[in-house]
Design a protein around this ligand. Structure first.
Ligand SMILES: [Mn+2]
Length: 447
């Protein structure tokens, strides 16, 4: 169809970084973790070729560090040169991780790779069969922090499909990364597609003109980047997006798995617990994320490349094992993790349990405890207050001190603070509750 073209929207490759994995996985798995971020980019390029796209957009943080890794820089440039031979050009803005403030490139760039300036807003015209089909406008980061509302100068005529590239935290709590609101972006005239980067989680923020979307990080690198990462494949006819689809890219997926020990399951020792865990994990299947706008196409191959899960286990429920679990030493814990990883029967792909969080409780009938001693009624009331009343909750969190900080973005994590969210708060409260019940029954000699 005349006037039709395709592109892939990518962000946050973070070449030069590797996947975090705890314990002592086999060498093969360690190698996979070291190479997964690069493999992800190579797979994006393979998809671009098989889907015959016209160009690729990369919206910041190509590299994990502005110093560029030699391996990352070489792989990136070689892949772009290969894409160039297939008539696929690549447009890049650099972000806060890979700021452009001089001569950062370690190798010569192929002509099909266009790095957008950090000095001024730049516009590129994309040609297909001697006709301009799209305009791409953007600006790279010059400094690690960019507060100037550069997108206000993203001014284009309304003649072809206009793409604006922006590395932004939107309205996040950190104002160092071109803060802006959705309405401010929408107010920029004549933009058809906002190709955003910076937030490592995929989301389509506006699904009608102008489309505004974050593809997220294609390959997550720790538990903070859970789920299947990928890129957007977009098809345009003249000025309209006719199809947009999320293509999964990650081969290794971080995932939290919660196991609740049911009342009817008698867990009396570690062997029983191992069986339950193994059962649950061996039934894990690969979940293909389906996100699309317009007609769903079938030309995208399903993910044959998926290699496996790195798992954080959360064990909940009432068990007689509770006391043994709470008294586990660091060494016991490591040993138990090793046992799990030895016993998991993975099938087509690997399953690696990276950590376990125990949130078990004692087998005790709380209603009966309340009948035996009214102090448990008081406990229930107090716990209720701190869980439901936001004033009490805020007071409580204030008392915990500034060592805790809600860290929304993976950027600029304050390493000397404990990251926490609503889930952590309720976790701490429920652990305190369990501890109080345990100590009270001990002191009051209730059996
Ligand atoms: Mn990033």
């Amino acid at each position: 169809m005349s006037g039709t073209f395709r592109f892939i929207h990518v962000a946050d490759l973070h070449l030069g970084s590797f996947l975090n994995i705890n314990g002592k996985p086999q060498e093969k798995l360690q190698e996979l973790c070291k190479g997964a971020v690069y493999d992800g980019f190579e797979r994006i390029c393979l998809r671009a070729i098989s889907l015959k796209v016209d160009f690729i957009l990369i919206c910041g943080d190509v590299y994990d560090s502005h110093l560029r890794s030699v391996r990352g820089n070489k792989i990136f440039i070689d892949q772009c040169a290969h894409l160039g031979q297939k008539n696929i050009s690549v447009y890049v803005i650099y972000g806060n991780h890979d700021v452009m403030n001089g001569d950062e490139e370690l190798f010569a760039l192929p002509p099909s790779l266009h790095i957008i300036s950090s000095e001024k807003t730049e516009v590129f015209e994309v040609y297909k069969e001697d006709k301009v089909i799209a305009k791409i406008i953007g600006k790279s980061y010059k400094h690690r922090s960019e507060k100037e509302k550069s997108y206000e100068n993203y001014l284009l005529d309304n003649d072809v499909f206009n793409i604006a590239m922006l590395h932004t935290a939107l309205e996040g709590d950190n104002k160092n990364y071109i803060p802006c609101t959705l309405n401010e972006l929408k107010a920029v005239p004549n933009i058809d597609y906002w190709a955003l980067g910076h937030i490592h989680k995929q989301s389509i923020i506006n699904d009608t003109k102008p489309i505004i979307a974050f593809p997220g990080i294609p390959q997550g690198r720790d538990m903070g980047e859970q789920g299947v990462g990928g890129v957007y494949f977009v098809e345009v006819n003249k000025k309209e997006v006719v199809h947009m689809e999320f293509l999964p890219i990650s081969t290794v997926v971080y995932k939290k798995v919660e196991i609740t020990i049911e009342d009817d399951k008698k867990i009396q020792n570690y062997s029983d617990l191992l069986l339950v865990i193994n059962d649950e994990l061996s039934s894990l299947s690969y979940e293909f994320p389906e996100i699309s706008i317009g007609v769903k196409s079938s030309n995208v191959e399903l993910l044959d490349d998926f290699r496996g899960y790195i798992i954080r286990l959360v064990i909940r429920g009432k068990t007689d094992m509770h006391n043994k679990i709470t008294n586990m030493t660091e060494d016991d814990y490591k040993q138990f993790l090793e046992n799990i990883n030895e016993e998991i029967s993975s099938q087509k792909y690997f399953i690696w349990v990276d950590s376990i969080i125990f949130r078990t409780s004692m087998v005790q009938n709380f209603e009966e405890l309340k009948l035996q001693n009214s102090i448990f009624n008081d406990l229930e009331e107090v716990i209720g207050l701190y869980t439901t009343d936001s004033e009490f909750k805020n007071e409580l969190v204030k008392n915990w001190g500034s060592i805790w900080k809600k860290q929304i973005f993976t950027e600029n994590i304050e390493a000397d603070k404990f990251d926490f969210d609503e889930e952590t708060i309720s976790d701490i409260i429920s652990q305190a509750r369990e501890l109080l019940i345990e100590k009270l029954t001990e002191v009051l000699e209730i059996m």
